[in-house]
Ligand binder design. Structure first.
Ligand code: SIN
Length: 275
Protein backbone atom coordinates (compact mmCIF):
# COMPACT_ATOMS: atom_id res chain seq x y z
CA UNK A 1 0.00 0.00 0.00
CA UNK A 2 1.93 2.96 -1.30
CA UNK A 3 5.52 2.00 -0.36
CA UNK A 4 8.47 1.47 -2.71
CA UNK A 5 10.56 -0.86 -0.56
CA UNK A 6 7.92 -3.23 0.90
CA UNK A 7 4.23 -4.10 0.83
CA UNK A 8 1.92 -3.06 3.64
CA UNK A 9 -1.51 -4.63 3.83
CA UNK A 10 -3.93 -3.01 6.22
CA UNK A 11 -5.69 -5.35 8.66
CA UNK A 12 -8.48 -3.21 10.13
CA UNK A 13 -9.84 0.27 9.36
CA UNK A 14 -8.00 1.83 12.32
CA UNK A 15 -4.71 0.04 12.89
CA UNK A 16 -2.41 -2.82 12.01
CA UNK A 17 -0.63 -3.82 8.81
CA UNK A 18 1.19 -6.93 7.61
CA UNK A 19 4.53 -5.98 6.10
CA UNK A 20 6.11 -8.21 3.47
CA UNK A 21 9.19 -7.89 1.30
CA UNK A 22 11.64 -6.86 4.04
CA UNK A 23 14.37 -8.99 5.60
CA UNK A 24 14.82 -7.58 9.10
CA UNK A 25 17.84 -9.79 9.78
CA UNK A 26 19.88 -7.67 7.34
CA UNK A 27 20.86 -4.00 7.53
CA UNK A 28 18.15 -1.71 6.13
CA UNK A 29 18.66 1.22 3.74
CA UNK A 30 17.68 4.79 4.59
CA UNK A 31 14.80 4.55 2.15
CA UNK A 32 13.52 1.35 3.80
CA UNK A 33 13.82 2.97 7.23
CA UNK A 34 12.02 6.16 6.20
CA UNK A 35 9.18 4.09 4.80
CA UNK A 36 9.07 1.81 7.85
CA UNK A 37 8.88 4.81 10.15
CA UNK A 38 6.07 6.23 8.08
CA UNK A 39 4.24 2.88 8.11
CA UNK A 40 4.62 2.62 11.89
CA UNK A 41 3.08 6.04 12.49
CA UNK A 42 0.33 5.44 9.91
CA UNK A 43 -0.65 1.88 10.92
CA UNK A 44 0.40 2.08 14.59
CA UNK A 45 1.43 -1.61 14.70
CA UNK A 46 3.32 -3.58 12.05
CA UNK A 47 3.53 -7.37 11.75
CA UNK A 48 6.26 -9.38 10.01
CA UNK A 49 6.62 -13.14 9.37
CA UNK A 50 9.64 -15.43 9.05
CA UNK A 51 12.24 -13.12 10.56
CA UNK A 52 14.83 -15.21 12.37
CA UNK A 53 16.31 -12.29 14.30
CA UNK A 54 19.25 -12.97 16.58
CA UNK A 55 20.24 -10.69 19.45
CA UNK A 56 22.40 -8.43 17.30
CA UNK A 57 19.96 -8.01 14.41
CA UNK A 58 17.11 -7.43 16.87
CA UNK A 59 19.04 -4.68 18.68
CA UNK A 60 20.22 -3.17 15.38
CA UNK A 61 16.63 -2.98 14.15
CA UNK A 62 15.55 -1.18 17.33
CA UNK A 63 18.48 1.24 17.23
CA UNK A 64 17.48 2.43 13.76
CA UNK A 65 14.56 4.14 15.52
CA UNK A 66 16.33 5.48 18.62
CA UNK A 67 18.32 4.57 21.70
CA UNK A 68 17.22 1.33 23.39
CA UNK A 69 15.69 1.51 26.86
CA UNK A 70 16.50 -0.80 29.78
CA UNK A 71 13.35 -2.04 31.48
CA UNK A 72 12.99 -0.52 34.99
CA UNK A 73 12.03 -3.86 36.58
CA UNK A 74 13.55 -6.53 34.34
CA UNK A 75 16.98 -5.84 32.84
CA UNK A 76 17.98 -8.34 30.17
CA UNK A 77 20.48 -11.19 30.19
CA UNK A 78 24.22 -10.73 30.86
CA UNK A 79 25.72 -8.33 28.32
CA UNK A 80 22.33 -7.35 26.84
CA UNK A 81 20.46 -5.27 29.42
CA UNK A 82 18.24 -3.77 26.67
CA UNK A 83 16.68 -7.15 25.83
CA UNK A 84 13.46 -7.92 27.69
CA UNK A 85 12.81 -11.66 27.87
CA UNK A 86 9.15 -12.50 27.17
CA UNK A 87 8.80 -16.07 28.33
CA UNK A 88 6.06 -18.33 29.69
CA UNK A 89 6.07 -22.06 30.39
CA UNK A 90 4.57 -24.62 32.78
CA UNK A 91 6.37 -22.99 35.75
CA UNK A 92 5.13 -19.45 35.08
CA UNK A 93 2.96 -17.78 37.72
CA UNK A 94 2.10 -14.87 35.41
CA UNK A 95 3.05 -13.51 32.01
CA UNK A 96 4.15 -10.05 30.90
CA UNK A 97 1.44 -7.70 29.70
CA UNK A 98 -1.73 -9.58 30.65
CA UNK A 99 -3.72 -6.37 31.11
CA UNK A 100 -4.20 -3.48 28.70
CA UNK A 101 -1.25 -1.09 28.88
CA UNK A 102 1.20 1.14 27.08
CA UNK A 103 4.76 -0.02 27.83
CA UNK A 104 6.40 1.73 30.79
CA UNK A 105 4.04 4.73 30.68
CA UNK A 106 5.25 5.39 34.26
CA UNK A 107 8.50 6.72 32.81
CA UNK A 108 9.04 10.50 32.33
CA UNK A 109 9.73 9.74 28.68
CA UNK A 110 7.69 6.64 27.79
CA UNK A 111 8.98 4.45 24.95
CA UNK A 112 8.46 5.40 21.31
CA UNK A 113 7.89 1.78 20.44
CA UNK A 114 8.61 -1.85 21.15
CA UNK A 115 9.71 -4.66 18.85
CA UNK A 116 8.76 -8.16 19.98
CA UNK A 117 10.22 -11.26 18.31
CA UNK A 118 8.92 -14.67 19.36
CA UNK A 119 10.95 -17.77 18.54
CA UNK A 120 8.70 -20.33 20.16
CA UNK A 121 4.92 -20.09 20.25
CA UNK A 122 2.09 -22.36 21.39
CA UNK A 123 0.23 -24.43 18.79
CA UNK A 124 -2.73 -22.09 19.12
CA UNK A 125 -3.39 -19.15 21.41
CA UNK A 126 -1.02 -16.57 22.89
CA UNK A 127 -2.34 -13.82 20.60
CA UNK A 128 -1.52 -10.18 21.27
CA UNK A 129 -4.30 -7.58 21.03
CA UNK A 130 -3.61 -3.94 20.15
CA UNK A 131 -5.98 -0.99 20.49
CA UNK A 132 -5.65 2.33 18.66
CA UNK A 133 -5.72 5.26 21.04
CA UNK A 134 -6.07 7.75 18.19
CA UNK A 135 -9.22 5.98 16.95
CA UNK A 136 -10.49 5.79 20.53
CA UNK A 137 -9.94 9.55 20.91
CA UNK A 138 -11.69 10.29 17.61
CA UNK A 139 -14.71 8.30 18.84
CA UNK A 140 -15.19 10.45 21.96
CA UNK A 141 -18.02 12.98 21.90
CA UNK A 142 -17.01 16.63 21.38
CA UNK A 143 -18.18 17.37 24.95
CA UNK A 144 -15.99 14.62 26.41
CA UNK A 145 -12.99 15.83 24.37
CA UNK A 146 -13.44 19.30 25.80
CA UNK A 147 -13.83 17.94 29.35
CA UNK A 148 -10.59 15.89 29.11
CA UNK A 149 -8.48 18.64 27.53
CA UNK A 150 -5.80 19.91 29.92
CA UNK A 151 -6.23 17.13 32.52
CA UNK A 152 -3.11 15.29 33.70
CA UNK A 153 -2.69 11.86 35.26
CA UNK A 154 -0.17 10.25 37.55
CA UNK A 155 1.42 7.06 36.14
CA UNK A 156 3.40 4.87 38.56
CA UNK A 157 5.32 1.61 38.17
CA UNK A 158 5.25 0.62 41.84
CA UNK A 159 1.87 -1.19 42.08
CA UNK A 160 2.38 -3.23 38.92
CA UNK A 161 6.04 -4.15 39.31
CA UNK A 162 5.79 -5.06 43.01
CA UNK A 163 2.75 -7.27 42.29
CA UNK A 164 4.63 -8.99 39.45
CA UNK A 165 7.72 -9.50 41.62
CA UNK A 166 5.66 -10.96 44.44
CA UNK A 167 4.12 -13.50 42.03
CA UNK A 168 7.59 -14.32 40.68
CA UNK A 169 8.96 -14.75 44.23
CA UNK A 170 11.39 -11.85 43.82
CA UNK A 171 12.19 -9.77 46.93
CA UNK A 172 12.15 -6.18 45.68
CA UNK A 173 12.28 -4.42 49.04
CA UNK A 174 14.47 -1.33 48.74
CA UNK A 175 13.88 -0.97 45.01
CA UNK A 176 12.15 2.12 43.71
CA UNK A 177 10.18 2.50 40.49
CA UNK A 178 9.55 5.41 38.12
CA UNK A 179 6.48 7.60 38.23
CA UNK A 180 5.49 10.55 36.05
CA UNK A 181 2.68 12.95 35.28
CA UNK A 182 1.37 12.93 31.69
CA UNK A 183 -1.50 14.64 29.88
CA UNK A 184 -4.63 12.47 29.69
CA UNK A 185 -4.91 13.47 26.02
CA UNK A 186 -1.57 13.65 24.28
CA UNK A 187 -0.61 14.73 20.77
CA UNK A 188 1.40 12.26 18.70
CA UNK A 189 4.75 13.96 18.02
CA UNK A 190 4.90 12.82 14.39
CA UNK A 191 1.32 12.59 13.11
CA UNK A 192 -0.01 15.47 15.23
CA UNK A 193 -3.11 13.35 16.04
CA UNK A 194 -4.64 13.52 19.50
CA UNK A 195 -4.93 10.32 21.48
CA UNK A 196 -5.95 8.93 24.87
CA UNK A 197 -2.93 8.29 27.09
CA UNK A 198 -4.12 6.48 30.23
CA UNK A 199 -4.05 2.74 30.98
CA UNK A 200 -5.21 0.49 33.80
CA UNK A 201 -1.75 -0.88 34.62
CA UNK A 202 0.16 2.34 35.29
CA UNK A 203 -2.34 5.21 35.65
CA UNK A 204 -3.13 5.96 39.29
CA UNK A 205 -5.32 9.05 39.28
CA UNK A 206 -6.33 12.21 37.45
CA UNK A 207 -4.68 15.08 39.26
CA UNK A 208 -7.24 17.84 38.71
CA UNK A 209 -10.36 15.84 39.71
CA UNK A 210 -11.75 14.63 43.04
CA UNK A 211 -10.76 10.98 43.67
CA UNK A 212 -14.17 9.39 42.91
CA UNK A 213 -14.84 11.51 39.82
CA UNK A 214 -11.36 10.80 38.47
CA UNK A 215 -11.79 7.08 39.11
CA UNK A 216 -15.11 7.07 37.20
CA UNK A 217 -13.55 8.96 34.28
CA UNK A 218 -10.59 6.55 34.18
CA UNK A 219 -12.90 3.50 34.27
CA UNK A 220 -14.85 4.96 31.36
CA UNK A 221 -11.65 5.67 29.40
CA UNK A 222 -10.16 2.19 30.00
CA UNK A 223 -13.32 0.59 28.61
CA UNK A 224 -13.79 3.06 25.78
CA UNK A 225 -10.15 2.92 24.62
CA UNK A 226 -10.00 -0.88 24.31
CA UNK A 227 -13.34 -1.52 22.59
CA UNK A 228 -13.26 -4.28 19.94
CA UNK A 229 -13.81 -1.82 17.10
CA UNK A 230 -10.45 -0.11 17.74
CA UNK A 231 -8.56 -3.41 18.09
CA UNK A 232 -6.43 -5.65 15.93
CA UNK A 233 -5.46 -9.15 17.07
CA UNK A 234 -2.19 -10.79 16.05
CA UNK A 235 -1.71 -14.55 15.76
CA UNK A 236 1.92 -15.46 16.24
CA UNK A 237 4.00 -18.01 14.36
CA UNK A 238 7.61 -18.90 15.18
CA UNK A 239 9.81 -15.96 14.06
CA UNK A 240 6.99 -13.44 13.80
CA UNK A 241 7.74 -9.85 14.80
CA UNK A 242 5.35 -7.17 16.06
CA UNK A 243 6.53 -3.55 16.09
CA UNK A 244 4.13 -1.19 17.85
CA UNK A 245 4.04 2.57 18.21
CA UNK A 246 3.82 2.70 21.99
CA UNK A 247 2.67 6.32 21.83
CA UNK A 248 -0.54 5.48 20.00
CA UNK A 249 -1.55 1.94 20.98
CA UNK A 250 -2.27 -0.04 24.10
CA UNK A 251 -1.76 -3.80 24.01
CA UNK A 252 -2.54 -6.97 25.94
CA UNK A 253 -1.04 -10.47 25.78
CA UNK A 254 -3.37 -13.46 26.19
CA UNK A 255 -2.35 -16.36 28.44
CA UNK A 256 -4.73 -19.02 27.17
CA UNK A 257 -2.04 -21.61 26.30
CA UNK A 258 -0.78 -22.75 29.72
CA UNK A 259 1.29 -24.95 30.17
CA UNK A 260 2.78 -24.53 26.69
CA UNK A 261 5.85 -22.42 25.97
CA UNK A 262 5.78 -18.97 24.38
CA UNK A 263 9.19 -17.34 24.25
CA UNK A 264 11.23 -14.52 22.72
CA UNK A 265 12.65 -11.08 23.35
CA UNK A 266 11.48 -7.50 23.14
CA UNK A 267 13.55 -4.39 22.54
CA UNK A 268 12.10 -1.07 23.59
CA UNK A 269 12.98 2.24 21.94
CA UNK A 270 13.27 5.37 24.08
CA UNK A 271 10.65 8.04 23.46
CA UNK A 272 10.05 11.63 24.43
CA UNK A 273 7.97 13.50 26.97
CA UNK A 274 4.26 13.43 26.08
CA UNK A 275 2.65 16.80 25.40
C1 SIN B 1 4.31 -6.99 26.29
O1 SIN B 1 5.27 -6.47 25.74
O2 SIN B 1 3.55 -6.37 27.01
C2 SIN B 1 4.05 -8.45 26.00
C3 SIN B 1 3.37 -8.62 24.71
C4 SIN B 1 3.23 -10.07 24.31
O3 SIN B 1 3.85 -10.94 24.94
O4 SIN B 1 2.52 -10.34 23.36
Amino acid sequence: MGYETFEASRLTPHLGANISGLDLTRPLSNRQLDELHDALVTHEVLFFRDQSLDIESHKRLGRYFGELAIHPNTPGPEGHPELLPIHADAHSKRIAGENWHSDVSCSEEPPLGSILHLKEVPEVGGDTLFASQTAAYDALSPRMKTYLEGLTALHAGERNYRRNNEKDGIDDRGRSYPSAVHPVIRTHPVSGRKLIFVNEVFTMRINELPEDEGRAVLEFLYKHSTKPDVQVRFKWQPNSVAFWDNRSVQHLALWDYYPQVRSGFRVTIKGDRPH
